[in-house]
Design a protein. Structure first.
Length: 146
């Protein structure tokens, strides 16, 4: 049996594409906001938190697909930067929720157009039907391996 070349391996294609999308987002970010220090991974977490009223740390990990240990480190950093805060949960001294601060909400408003621009650049020339098929295929692959 003939071995596949990397360009025929979907995992390689996905990783290559994700890496380039992150680079493009970071280039656009640096060009538009040279003094802002945020990574694409931090952006995903902040954006996800903005879509919910409040999440606990485990939920943040689940909805971003990140492992809990890296979420802890990233949240510590985002708290330090003033974009999110941990709030105690009433009647549970051990639990807390993660919410956006006012500065975090402003950051989401500021960067959302840039994220949309990055997404639109990636989808240039891709029809609605092609994108729909792509999503179906990715979801099938996801379901197969989870």
């Amino acid at each position: 049996m003939k071995d596949l070349v990397l360009e025929d391996v979907y995992v390689y294609l996905l990783e290559r594409t994700i890496r380039e999308i992150k680079r493009d987002f970071n280039r656009r970010l640096k060009a538009s906001y040279p003094d802002l220090t945020i990574t694409s991974d931090q952006w995903v977490i902040i954006k996800r938190i903005s879509e919910r009223e409040a999440l606990n740390q485990r939920e943040v990990a689940a909805v971003t697909g990140k492992d809990p240990a890296s979420i802890t480190r990233t949240l510590d950093l985002l708290v330090k930067k003033g974009w999110v805060e941990r709030q105690a949960v009433e009647n549970d001294r051990r639990a807390y929720q993660v919410v956006l601060t006012e500065a975090g909400a402003e950051l989401v408003q500021q960067l959302t157009p840039l994220a949309k621009e990055t997404r639109e650049a990636g989808l240039l020339g891709v029809s609605d039907q092609e994108f729909s098929n792509f999503k179906v295929t990715l979801n099938k692959i996801f379901d197969n391996v989870k």
